[in-house]
Design a protein. Structure first.
Length: 176
């Protein structure tokens, strides 16, 4: 069922490769006359738009009672694609620590696997407060890194810490 929340998740899925393209294909002749800072601004703008859709698709789905199985698949997929595009693009342009990104992405894949297993066992695994804080902190860190602002790396490592903590929470909850 294609409703507004699912459309917003699909929009996020479509925006992620464009943001990634602006980060990793800077030598493309299409960008020959564009200063690299404008590519950063473009990637940041795409990221902000996509991040806002993340908030609104969840809010609208809950408020308008439009929660669907398709949305349950699309929303986390869109989130992972957006974060993957941002983090990998930032590692590629040497703005993010490869170790920090490795830790974050490893946690994401591990917890996704746990969530799939939980769903197959009929368990409900909704996002915890720490998981929501993790997502927001990762988004803020990506935004700061895209704009090359001060304290961007400190925010990234703070995101690593909360990412590990929320992963521990999910893991503990799964096995209890």
């Amino acid at each position: 069922m294609l409703n507004l929340p699912n459309f917003l998740a699909l929009l996020r899925i479509a925006l992620a490769p464009f943001m990634f393209w602006l980060l990793v294909d800077r030598d493309n002749t299409i960008f020959a006359n564009i200063h690299v800072s404008w590519l950063d601004y473009g990637a940041a703008l795409i990221f902000v738009i996509a991040s806002v859709t993340d908030f609104f698709d969840g809010y609208i789905a809950r408020s308008w009672n439009q929660i669907t199985k398709l949305g349950g698949i699309l929303d986390p997929l869109a989130d992972k694609m957006l974060m993957l595009a941002g983090f990998l693009g930032l590692v590629y342009i040497h703005r993010a620590s490869a170790w920090a990104v490795f830790i974050i992405l490893t946690r994401e894949f591990f917890i996704t696997g746990l969530r799939i297993q939980a769903a197959s066992e009929g368990k409900s695994v909704s996002a915890s407060l720490a998981g929501k804080i993790k997502t927001v902190l990762q988004m803020i860190a990506i935004g700061f890194l895209l704009m090359n602002w001060p304290y961007a790396n400190e925010l990234l490592w703070a995101a690593v810490i909360i990412t590990l903590y929320s992963g521990w929470e999910y893991t503990k909850g799964f096995f209890n």
